[in-house]
Design a protein around this ligand. Structure first.
Ligand code: SF4
Length: 353
């Protein structure tokens, strides 16, 4: 990396270790997954926290741990229950990979979480960041865990003006950190960097430099470039898709179906829907193809759901049906709410029933 001069002037990146550890001792938040260093607890928390805020994760984590307290119970649960526990967290492949990895741990390691970094990294759904977090926090190995928070902190400290989304820069930051890891307190150092990124060296606007334990070592702080760093590649605008959702009811029963495996939200439940924001006439034509005879059709709510790369602009129709068309599974509202995983993109419609 070309822009390491600021931190190099102050004795190298290693000089951040003592003040960060000291700061972490006093300022670590008492998070549920920090109660001990059981790798199962740390692993589940790290997977849940990917793309999801701490406040959102807490109730999910509590519920998950109450129902599936260890690797064995996770490996043995059925997928519907697992996805129900994950309902609303999004990125459902994370839950499926958790279970695949739990089954691997049971089959290959006799239920004992592997301690070796390479073995941890080889588990389904575990990348370099999560493997580093588990290896350092649970097994005291000096392996960095570099996610967006840590990239931001190190880029600012070193005054790095290169694109941190570039895998080469990320590797370089990981290498710089590996060189300075304190072997006797690897887990605390990992968590101190995460904590600084989450509570002080914040994204989007000015970080809280006045509260920062390493401000006097920080290149971005000294040059006033905190908001310009980290440099990131420009995001491509989200693709917009229009959909029409059909809330088909026959007595107390509601129509649902499973999504295809190879699409967004694959193999999760959904309300029947069609591409485009349909007119009444178009909606009737689609329902005829499904074998639905409608007694009444009323326009329902509109809802916009934002995924990472796509936005769904959805309209809906509430439809009273004469028959339970064979194309769908018909369930009660209670069954759907209690036992079936309905993604957030469809849940607002359930509330209108
Ligand atoms: Fe981040 Fe400011 Fe601390 Fe630098 S001084 S690491 S920009 S919070």
């Amino acid at each position: 990396m070309k822009n390491r001069t600021e931190i190099d002037d102050t004795g190298g990146l290693a000089s951040i270790v003592p003040p960060l550890l000291k700061w972490y001792e006093k300022n670590a938040r008492a998070l549920l997954w920090r109660r001990n260093t059981d790798p199962y607890r740390v692993w589940v928390s790290e997977i849940m926290l990917q793309q999801t805020r701490v406040e959102t994760v807490i109730p999910y984590y509590e519920r998950f741990m109450a129902r599936l307290p260890d690797t064995e119970s996770l490996a043995g649960t059925d997928e519907d229950q697992l996805l129900k526990l994950w309902e609303g967290l999004g990125y459902y492949s994370r839950a499926r990979n958790l279970q695949k990895a739990a089954r691997t741990i049971m089959a290959k390691y006799g239920g004992k979480f592997p301690e070796n970094y390479g073995e941890i990294l080889s588990l389904p759904g575990i990348g370099q960041y999560t493997a580093g977090a588990i290896a350092s926090i649970c097994f005291s190995q000096p392996v960095p865990a570099v996610d967006g928070n840590v990239l931001r902190v190190i880029a600012r400290l070193t005054g790095c003006k290169e694109n941190v989304s570039d895998p080469k820069i990320k590797d370089e930051i990981r290498g710089m950190l590996a060189d300075i890891y304190p072997t006797e307190r690897s887990g605390d150092f990992t968590q101190s960097l995460m904590e600084l990124g989450a509570t002080v060296c914040l994204p989007n606007g000015l970080p809280r430099c006045a509260a920062c334990p390493v401000a006097d070592l920080c290149g971005a702080y000294r040059s006033g470039t905190q908001t310009a760093i980290p440099v990131k590649a420009k995001k491509t605008p989200r693709k917009k898709e229009q959909k029409t959702v059909f809330l088909l009811r026959c007595g107390d029963m509601i129509a649902v179906r499973k999504r295809a495996a190879d699409v967004l939200l694959g193999e999760l439940w959904e309300f029947p829907n069609a591409e485009g924001n349909l007119t009444v006439k178009q909606a009737r034509s689609v329902m005829a193809q499904w074998g639905v005879s409608a007694v009444e059709l009323v326009p329902g709510i509109r809802y916009k759901h934002v995924f990472t790369h796509i936005e769904w602009e959805t309209t809906s129709f509430a439809v009273t049906c004469e028959n339970m068309a064979a194309a769908f599974l018909w369930v009660t509202k209670e069954k759907l709410a209690d036992d079936m995983a309905l993604p957030s993109a469809f849940r607002p419609f359930l509330k209108t029933i």
